[in-house]
Write a protein that binds this ligand. Structure first.
Ligand SMILES: *Cc1c(COP(=O)(O)O)cnc(C)c1O
Length: 297
């Protein structure tokens, strides 16, 4: 299913990495597809295959008004010929993301906050299934076994880029985690070989760790708190770091996941937590469309 896909693996040159003797290469999932960006592309692959197999008319899922997940779903549906339905958190509003969702043909339904909180209750999907018969319902954020399986492909995709860097191998992965599904896919594919560092964009204990343990009981994962006090919390140090890193490397970042994950790596490196000579692959999980929600960037 991934034939012909080549993902750039680019060296990340930053003074604090150099000073610590740590080498980092960035796997640019943000460049995978012009419309479907980042790790969400991988999480959605098995769902799109299933939809094709079942002859499903479309897919539906839920998220917030800046959701990367819904954006990727709408884009995948648009380019692959499936109808899509987005169930949104909060009251009706217009954002750059919801404009895109509509432009890509996604039908939007606003659930309010209370309605959205009910999403884990057993009867939640029944009325939507009745309204959209045959549609596949994807859990929030693509957090599920299918999403995990889709992310296992990242291990194979990194291989071709290593030689060009002059690396015969590398020591560990480093990436942002929300639901932890991408971390789980890598841990499953690695089967205990390389360590996967999960930089938590949500506070510890809010589900990512438990999700990974459930999906991949023997996962070799090390968690780092990258949340800076909460999902969506953005502070001046983070913004300064994002801007400085972009200016230095040309690598585009967004504040909620990728910049937080990289800042957590910096903290770990500066604290002496990464041995000199270590080679890491940092997964750029995409999400750049969500950056439009931060007018100061
Ligand atoms: C959704 C998302 C994540 C989190 O992925 P999980 O598999 O839920 O851990 C990380 N980075 C970006 C940019 C995202 O959009």
């Amino acid at each position: 299913m991934l034939e012909g896909v080549a993902l750039p693996l680019q060296p990340l040159r930053l003074p604090w990495l150099k000073a610590a003797g740590v080498e980092v290469a960035v796997l640019r999932l943000d460049l995978i597809d012009p419309l479907v960006s980042g790790n969400k592309w991988f999480k959605l692959r098995p769902w799109l295959e299933l939809a094709r197999q079942q002859g499903a008319p479309g897919l539906m899922s839920l998220g917030g008004p800046w959701s990367n997940h819904l954006h990727a779903l709408a884009a995948a549906g648009y380019s692959e010929g499936f109808a899509t339905v987005g169930l949104l958190r909060g009251e009706p509003q217009r954002t750059a993301t919801t404009d895109d969702l509509q432009a890509m043909g996604m039908a939007l339904h606003w659930l309010g906050y209370g309605g959205y909180r009910a999403r884990h209750q057993p009867g939640f999907w029944a009325p939507w299934m009745a309204q959209f018969p045959g549609f596949l319902a994807i859990p929030e954020g693509g957090a599920c076994e299918q999403g995990m399986r889709g992310c296992m492909a990242l291990l194979e995709l990194v291989e071709p880029g290593l030689a060009a860097l002059g690396w015969n191998s590398f020591d560990a992965w480093w990436l942002a985690a929300g639901t932890g599904t991408t971390v789980a896919g890598l841990a499953q594919a690695e089967a205990g070989h390389r360590l996967v560092h999960g930089a938590l964009a949500v506070p510890a204990g809010q589900g990512a760790e438990a999700n990974v343990s459930k999906l991949v009981p023997l996962a070799r994962v090390q968690w780092h708190d990258a949340s800076r006090g909460g999902f969506g919390k953005v502070d001046a140090e983070l913004i300064d770091f994002l801007k400085a890193t972009e200016a230095h490397t040309g690598l585009p970042l967004e504040p909620l996941y990728t910049a937080k994950a990289l800042l957590a790596l910096q903290a770990c490196v500066l604290a002496g937590g990464v041995a000199p000579g270590t080679r890491l692959v940092f997964v750029h999980t995409g999400g750049l469309q969500g950056r439009r929600g931060f007018p100061s960037l």
